[in-house]
Design a protein around this ligand. Structure first.
Ligand code: PGA
Length: 252
């Protein structure tokens, strides 16, 4: 049995004070609703300390949206894993399509961060997904297998319990256009099969694969009903308690 894993990626939203107020309200609502999923939120770096403080005593995991590929030194503007760990942040999202597209992060570069995060014993949500052009030209499987193979290059079997994959078709992110549950399921099944070929069936069976891309209160149930969809990585709808809570409590 894979425990459902719902995550909120705040992207570049929420100042420290707004984030703290929001996180406190979310923690309260989640507790009252007795949500029994694994729940993570990923604020911007500077908002993290306030959110860590506001969620103390709750089961909410606070994660980073990204991190540096080096441990320390002359890397202006970057945030090292030890800085996150010092705040008690042990989870990091890596390879989000916005990082890949706008900041030109390659599979090899992302793999460097994956390996560093693993060295630091951190949990990772590794994002993968195709563009519309890639999907329409029949390259879906080629793109996903490349992102998985390169992203997880030299990751050891025993480290795979630290990895969650998030399938986020780029054309569905922030567009209001969700992949149909059937299309999402077929990509998820392919992802699980690819991980099975790379590692083994036990690792593939235990792997949590989140879906991301315009997830909301109306589509979460149908997505989560699919066999290989184990959670969601939510952007826009994670920015208000009213929109996010029904996603977190989808099985209630
Ligand atoms: P969205 O973003 O839910 O706003 O589409 C998802 C994501 O990019 O993680």
């Amino acid at each position: 049995m894979r425990t459902p894993y719902i995550a909120g990626n705040w992207k570049m939203n929420m100042t420290p004070s707004a984030g703290a107020a929001f996180a406190a309200a979310l923690a309260k609502a989640v507790k009252e609703a007795e949500a029994d999923v694994k729940l993570m939120i990923a604020p911007p770096f500077v908002t993290i300390p306030a959110v860590v403080e506001a969620t103390k005593g709750s089961s909410i995991i606070v994660a980073a949206q990204n991190m540096a590929d080096h441990t320390s030194g002359a890397y202006t503007g970057e945030v090292a894993p030890d800085m996150l760990l010092d705040l008690d942040v042990k989870t990091v999202i890596l390879g989000h399509s916005e990082r890949r597209t706008y900041y030109k992060e390659s599979d090899e570069y992302i793999n460097g961060k994956v390996k560093l995060a693993l060295e630091k014993n951190m949990d990772i949500v590794l994002c993968i997904g195709e563009t519309l052009e890639e999907r329409e030209s029949g390259k879906l499987e080629e793109v996903l297998s490349r992102q998985i193979e390169k992203g997880l290059s030299s990751v050891r079997e025993e480290e795979m319990c630290k990895i969650t994959l998030a399938y986020e078709p780029v054309w569905a992110i922030g567009t209001g256009r969700t992949a149909s549950p059937e299309d999402a399921e077929s990509a998820h099944a392919f992802i699980r099969q690819t991980v099975k070929n790379l590692f083994n069936s036990a690792i593939a069976e235990n792997l949590i694969i989140q879906y991301g891309g315009s997830v909301n209160a109306s589509n979460i149930k149908a997505l989560m009903a699919k066999e290989d969809i184990d959670g969601a990585l939510v952007g826009g709808a994670s920015l208000s308690v009213e929109k996010f809570l029904p996603i977190v409590t989808f099985d209630k």
